[in-house]
Design a binder for this molecule. Structure first.
Ligand code: HEM
Length: 418
């Protein structure tokens, strides 16, 4: 290490080392945000030596996160090292003979060709073809909701709309679409959580997912060149003959990518407008703020709280030395509340000039593939809400998911005020 780097390392604060930011309850009881704030101010690159996930680094400031995210040479996403979540068990469990790998848990040169195999589903042309379908379905669903009566927004709207979209992307049998919701939940839930009782159960359910999709893949392999994700995976040279653990990996990546995230953005928008009701008046006055509002919801909510990497060389981040083999967690939820980048970062402000610079979709080669689709779904949802109702009012406290990865809601009781 150069002398300059050694000095910087010595100067960096280690004051709050030892605290385990990843305890899931901190996310469900919302104590995580003040803790992130303290961390950004006092120990922005922090080391926790002991946790159920083993030792790990927490990166909490926007620019440090971006520097790690963009540096795929030094920070690997590979499933062989544990992948992109703090919990290695989500990709590997030797006791249950379970291992999955997808293109989000691959480094170059493997990553690029597999991403390319499905990328055409989200090109501007493809999205504009989907637009009428998404609008029609959104209109139909909103028109079916009870007015003035309490119901659960998460189940009736957020889950239903995102699951319908996903069924379309895969050309998945529509009547079975809630299977996709279940596989999405099971993929990101830790074993022993309320969602999935044990690792054995997780593995069994994901095997069912593989079996179901393998049938579809075999049917489509020699069929017409239809425009759906299963056909794309079945026919592209990079993915057609991939082993089962990679096919399953890519499936659950696309299922979770298209489901949990957009779902919690939809629910997050209801929460945000209830906490900041003046912003809804502003949106009504200036409907041209719709796109910026969507970016601001995505910043404020941060549907995925973190992405993880593994250092493959000794490096320096924020003045601290990270050693080869260390687990590094980029807390996007914290980066999005960094006051050095976002003024009054805890406020939901639909006129925020740099809302689009949110870090929720990541940066670098793994930057979210579906971001434009998620934004489109959100714009359509809110343009249709504005046409119909005065507001969607929370009738009780939303229930939050106990997860350090998916930052979202399990229930959100609401009433429509027409
Ligand atoms: C608001 C909604 C969404 C959020 C917040 C979100 C967030 C993310 C994040 C944080 C990453 C990793 C970025 C990184 O490591 O630098 C990612 C990757 C990805 N997302 Fe999304 N996502 C959303 C919607 C979607 C949708 C709708 C889809 C699919 C239809 C999707 C598919 C993917 C895929 C396939 C990747 C892996 C890309 C790669 O490894 O090259 N996402 N997303």
């Amino acid at each position: 290490m150069s002398e300059v780097l050694a000095e910087t390392t010595a100067a960096a604060s280690t004051k709050l080392d030892g605290i385990n930011l990843a305890e899931s309850e901190r996310f469900s009881n919302e104590t995580i945000l003040p803790l992130f704030e303290k961390m950004r101010a006092e120990t922005p690159v922090q080391y926790c030596e002991e946790s159920t996930y083993g030792p790990f680094w927490s990166i909490t400031k926007y620019h440090d996160i971006m520097s790690v995210d963009k540096d795929h040479q030094n920070f690997s996403s590979d499933a062989d090292f544990g992948g992109i979540t703090i919990d290695d068990g989500l990709v590997r469990d030797e006791d249950n003979d379970f291992f999955i790998k997808s293109f989000i848990t691959m480094d170059p040169p493997e990553h690029g060709p597999q991403r390319k195999a499905v990328n055409k589903i989200v090109t501007p042309g493809s999205l504009s073809n989907f637009e009428d379908l998404i609008r029609g379905r959104t209109q139909k669903l909103l028109d079916s909701l009870p007015i003035g009566e309490e119901f659960d927004w998460v189940d009736k709207v957020s889950i239903e709309l995102t699951t319908q979209m996903l069924a379309t992307l895969f050309d998945f049998p529509f009547e079975d679409r809630r299977k996709l919701t279940r596989w999405s939940d099971v993929t990101t839930a830790e074993a022993g959580s309320p969602i999935v009782g044990s690792q054995e159960q997780r593995v069994a359910e994901l095997r069912e997912c593989l079996e179901y999709f393998t049938k579809l893949k075999n049917e489509r392999r020699n069929g017409p060149d239809n425009f759906d994700l299963v056909t794309m995976l079945a026919k592209d040279a990079a993915t057609a003959d991939q082993p089962a653990h990679e096919f399953l990996g890519n499936l659950v990546l696309l299922i979770v990518g298209g489901n949990d995230t957009t779902r919690n953005t939809m629910s997050g928008s209801i929460n945000a407008f209830n906490q900041f009701p003046d912003q809804l008046d502003k949106l009504r006055e200036k409907p041209e703020l719709l796109s910026n509002m969507v970016s601001e919801v995505i910043r404020w909510q941060t549907p995925l709280a973190h992405m993880r990497r593994t250092a493959v060389a000794d490096t320096i981040v924020g003045g601290r030395k990270i050693s080869k083999g260390d687990k590094v967690v980029m807390w996007y939820y914290s980066g999005n509340r960094d006051e050095e980048v976002f003024e009054n970062a805890n406020d939901f402000d639909i006129e925020r000039a740099n809302a689009r610079h949110n870090i929720s979709f990541g940066f670098g080669i793994h930057r979210c593939l579906g971001m434009r689709l998620a934004e489109l779904q959100m714009r359509i949802l809110w343009s249709e809400i504005l046409k119909r109702w005065q507001r969607v009012e929370l009738t009780g406290e939303p229930e939050r998911l106990a997860s350090n990865f998916v930052n979202g809601y399990t229930k959100m009781p609401v009433k429509i005020i027409p």
